[in-house]
Design a protein around this ligand. Structure first.
Ligand code: I6G
Length: 679
């Protein structure tokens, strides 16, 4: 049927009205927590809009509330590199630690009093939402803080997250690009209702609200995510130039634009204000409509936040006060031994499953033999299992009064449980080690995982399960064998499709020209971390020189003492390791040598200032600069030689630009320290 243009215009107008009306109801429901119409009326409006959109498909827009589910199920989630890293928060477990945090803030700012913004720390999934010109463009999970996963299609299905922003309460306009961070969570009412329904229908129940939120976001089909009762609270806007200095005012602005903000957010003063807020919330924790695992305090002024900066990927201006670790009692069924990359044997408690801190725990670390002796842990004991936040659960203590009979003391085995090699213990060290080296499949798997990791060779697509299969099937004995894998061999592995096999082969090919520092780090020499690997590369210039260096030459390198030098020499003296390096070269790897800086310090006399968020810990960048002879200062002045500006750099960067001081990005900096040449 042909529709007249007058009808079309009228339909278009009505569609606009309906969308605005529905969005207004969403806003009242999710942001103001004050629904204005019964569900039936809301559903009626939605159906009207759907009917009109069905009549005029060309007038459908992506921001329409009917378009929350769009497109087909995905095959996987694309990686997203965060423009500003998603940092983590330092934790405090006592009032004393809050006082110490406040003392550091006061000292860092050189003032007497500080106002903080306090809010509950939800047990959900952190998410970063990017809006371009006010429209939701991308939603990404935290991942490792640098790279997350693109979960946009799933996030669009969450009604509490606006698809586009709206100006309300005479709010100013949002910046052209706005990145909002917050927590997606499952409210307890929705979680319990879901499980009740699942029980009735014999379906699968959700384990806990946090897992439920994470699992819902990881669905490949957004239609499934849409059925899950998810909600959202925004907690910050990143790198937002032009927004108010007060973090609290930023949150108020976000709320005016359409983001739900936790109604428990408060401004508090000094350490005592934080401590009082914590006690108040702890007392009400069980009556909140969502699970929380603590409280977050942030310095209110964003300028002050910037002055304080970051340390080791955590802001100095914020802290999470965690609720006490949760503990439960269960039975210790057995003690197994796990073998790590360097052969370290870690005793692990196998437990009768116990629900603690929101998850079912079946394994907990026992750390080492000394700890087992100190706590007198024996198989069959009743033990207290503790889980604090995200840390690995541990056996806290034994209930000796419940011990039955006289169970035997645990003995560390004298041979490796995986490869049978002898187990050794270095005098004075708590750790026992398997002496099998790369003969041991467990060490092999771990060393391959390390080799491919992001800061080493950065080869994507080789997870623990896949590496396990490659080693167990005898396809990979050493890291060099990775480069000999054929497409057919890969296709013969479980859960390996053609696309993943091709992607992995392309990744391996791409990784064949690492710089020397990365390769050295990837080889996994004991005690040779990233900074030391780069220092060695810069000092010696080639792998051959490092391999031939004696202890004295090695200890000439900043950061290398006799212990590290000993490990480096032992590594290259081992014939097996030399064979691996030869095989890597034969497989086509060409590591870029580095210009040698024989004792010379190319940055001597320079003063550098670090600002903004770097993807490596600040201490590491500072170490690297100091190894090159630079002085690192906290403030920009006419004497500053270079400003290294990470993401979201603010006033220091502006000052540097005003003074005409050279500014380098982190990528420029890494290039400068790697100084690649050719092999
Ligand atoms: O993980 C987090 C939970 C809650 C946060 C956070 C938060 O604010 C209420 N804030 C920041 C700045 C970070 N993580 C890094």
């Amino acid at each position: 049927m042909n529709k007249s243009s007058a009808e079309r215009r009228s339909a278009e107008r009505r569609m606009g009205e309906l969308r605005r009306e529905i969005e207004q109801h969403d806003y009242r429901y999710y942001v103001l927590d004050a629904p204005s119409v019964p569900d039936a009326e809301y559903d009626r409006l939605m159906r009207q809009l759907q009917a009109l959109e069905a009549d005029y498909p060309d007038l459908v827009i992506a921001q329409s509330p009917t378009q929350r589910v769009a497109g087909q199920p995905a095959e996987g989630f694309e990686p997203v590199r965060h423009r500003t890293p998603m940092l983590s928060l330092a934790n405090a477990f006592s009032a004393e630690e809050i006082q110490q945090f406040h003392d550091r803030v006061v000292k860092g700012l050189e003032i007497d009093h500080v106002t903080y913004v306090a809010e509950p720390k939800l047990d959900g999934v952190a998410i970063s939402l990017r809006y371009e010109a006010g429209c939701l463009e991308q939603a990404a999970t935290r991942g490792d803080g640098t790279t997350g996963e693109d979960v946009t299609s799933n996030v669009r299905t969450i009604n509490a997250i606006p698809l586009h922003l709206e100006r309300r309460e005479q709010s100013p306009l949002w910046p052209p690009t706005l990145e909002v961070r917050g927590e997606i969570y499952m409210p307890l009412a929705g979680f319990h209702a879901w499980n009740e329904q699942a029980r009735k229908q014999g379906g699968k129940e959700l384990v806990n609200p946090r897992n439920a939120a994470a699992g819902s976001l990881r669905q490949l089909d957004p239609r499934i995510t849409k059925t899950r009762p998810l909600a959202f609270y925004a907690y910050s806007a990143v790198a937002a130039e032009g927004l108010p200095d007060s973090h609290l005012e930023v949150l108020q602005l976000l709320r005016a634009w359409g983001f739900p903000v936790n109604p428990e957010v408060r401004r508090v003063k000094d350490a005592q204000g934080c401590i009082d807020y914590y006690h108040d919330l702890a007392a009400r924790r069980d009556s909140l409509p969502y699970d929380i695992d603590g409280v977050v305090f942030k310095v209110e002024s964003r300028e002050q936040q910037e002055t304080l900066g970051f340390v080791s990927r955590a802001p100095r201006w914020a802290i999470a006060r965690k609720f006490p670790a949760q503990e439960e009692i269960t039975r210790l069924l057995d003690i197994d031994i796990q073998v790590g990359r360097t052969g370290a044997l870690t005793p692990v408690a196998r437990l009768e499953p116990v629900f603690v801190g929101g998850v079912t725990v079946t394994n907990a670390t026992l750390h080492n033999l000394d700890e087992i002796r100190r706590k007198d842990v024996r198989v069959g004991d009743w033990v207290v299992v503790r889980r604090a936040g995200d840390v690995i659960p541990e056996v806290a203590r034994v209930l000796l009064e419940r011990r039955e009979g006289d169970p035997e003391e645990f003995q560390m085995s004298t041979s490796c449980p995986v490869c049978g090699s002898a187990v050794e213990r270095v005098e004075g060290e708590a750790v026992f080690r398997c002496s099998g080296g790369l003969f041991c499949p467990a060490q092999r798997k771990q060393s391959i995982m390390h080799f491919v990791s992001r800061r080493a060779m950065d080869i994507e697509g080789l997870g623990e399960k896949l590496v396990g299969q490659l080693v167990d099937k005898g396809l990979v004995h050493s890291v060099a064998d990775l480069y000999k894998l054929s497409r057919e061999q890969l296709l013969g592995l479980e859960r390996m499709g053609e696309k993943s096999a091709d992607n992995l082969l392309a990744e391996l090919e791409r990784s064949k020209t690492p710089d020397l520092g990365r390769l050295l780090y990837a080889l996994g020499i004991r005690e040779v971390g990233e900074v030391t690997a780069h220092s060695l590369a810069r000092h010696f210039g080639s792998l051959e020189h490092i391999a031939q260096a004696g202890e004295e030459e090695l200890t000439d390198v900043p950061d290398v003492g006799p212990v590290v030098a000993g490990h480096v020499r032992a590594f290259f003296q081992e014939a097996h390791n030399r064979e691996i390096i030869d095989s890597l070269a034969q497989a086509g790897l060409r590591w870029k040598a580095v210009e040698v800086q024989q004792g010379e310090q190319p940055l001597a006399g320079q003063t550098w200032v670090l600002t903004g968020a770097l993807s490596m810990p600040r201490a590491k960048a500072k170490n690297m600069l100091e190894a090159l002879g630079a002085k690192v200062s906290g403030s920009v002045s006419a004497k500053t030689s270079v400003v290294l500006a990470g993401e979201a750099a603010g006033s220091k960067l502006r000052k540097a630009e005003k003074l005409g001081i050279k500014v380098l990005s982190e990528a420029d900096f890494l290039q400068l320290i790697a100084k690649p040449g050719s092999k």
